[in-house]
Design a protein around this ligand. Sequence first.
Ligand code: ATP
Ligand code: MG
Ligand code: MG
Ligand code: MG
Length: 431
Amino acid sequence: MRRSRAFVPTTKEAPSDATLPSHKFLIRGGFINSQGAGLYNFMPLGKIVLEKIRAIVKEELDRSGCQEVQLSFVTPIGLWERSGRSEAMGKEMLRIKDRHENEFVLSPTNEEAMVEMVKNRVTSYKDLPLNLYQINTKFRDEARPRYGLMRGREFLMKDGYSFHSSVEDMIREFDLMEETYKKIFTRLGLDFRVVAADSGAIGGEGSKEFHVLANSGEDTLVVCEACDYGANIETIYESEEEIDALKIKSYEELQELTIEKRCSCGSELHFKKGIEVGHIFQLGTKYSAALEAHFNDENGRSKPFEMATFGIGVSRLVAAVIEQNHDESGCIWTKATAPYVVNIMISNIKDDAQVNLGEELYTKLQESNVDVMLDDSKERFGFKMKDAELIGFPYTVVIGKELENGLVQVFERKTKESISVKADEIFEKIT
Ligand code: ATP
Ligand code: MG
Ligand code: MG
Ligand code: MG
């Protein structure tokens, strides 16, 4: 993409209600804009990042044998009444009426609809297991839709549901999804932890959350540095007051506290702050029994499906990458999530030699399948540099005065260090 043609409306000012770095920088960098409380539009750069994350999620799930489907976002209230969740979901569930006064729900999650899809279509143990997922819009009328993409009301979630003929097989799939999720978050370039979690409104027994570690995270975790043990404090403290008191403490405040309990491996436990980006649950027969979704086992007996469910906050991940990777100047995208990995900056577009080299590198990088932006805008060099730092391209290749000596500068966003190299050597520096 050429910067001169790109719709990337960067601004100096952040909205007054933006407290989180990701909220500020995603708006200032022209990635998203707010359409109302908890409602966001993705502009071109934001859309590219979202699609890159979605593609990695899909690739790993498909590789693990999951199948993608798409459920209707609007769901009849009857579905939710049959499972008992019309009551349980409370005010987070947005209800609407059509012209005939029929009531509907904007899906906050889709256990019921997925069970209905499978019910009477899968009738034998021979057709199990089955793991179906979608990457689709969700709506939750959150009490406090603050923090930008982190807690939207409308947001993009990957929600998966698996169906099994036995508890053992359901647990096998649960473990497979844990491994698959680890691959996804590793590919995204994130520092994350898998922790024991509460099952909340969804219900069921075994439950694990995936947290991106960031000081601004809303959740408080207890983790062991020596092994991979971790737990959301919700699961290890008994009193609600104690949990609430720990939840509102900042990362710095938490570091002053010591945890008396030790990890089962013998090492010390520490408090961390995390952003919940994934959640997997062992559901058992909660929904299949309520909705009478049965299959016949080897002995011809009718049984409700054993189920598990698996969520990833796809749009929340866009913000989580930035919460973990930013500095005072703006975003620092990981290579897997960057809208463009390389930004080629022509310092002075009136200089033909600079323009020619810029065009040449732009073509070459595109031919090598590198996601590249060509900054051919008329702005001053200083402005362009600030803009590139705000947007957060991992690398900016600056074509400037040193071209007289056959050199360009490769600026690495993360370290803010520049090195001078010959133009044909940039490939080695950016991979
Ligand atoms: P939270 O505790 O943050 O409210 P949750 O436990 O209610 O999240 P789940 O029902 O587990 O959320 O949904 C699966 C995933 O969807 C979450 O792990 C999270 O990444 C994402 N998610 C949930 N609510 C939101 C939201 N309001 N905005 C963006 N992503 C969300
Ligand atoms: Mg919630
Ligand atoms: Mg939660
Ligand atoms: Mg959750």
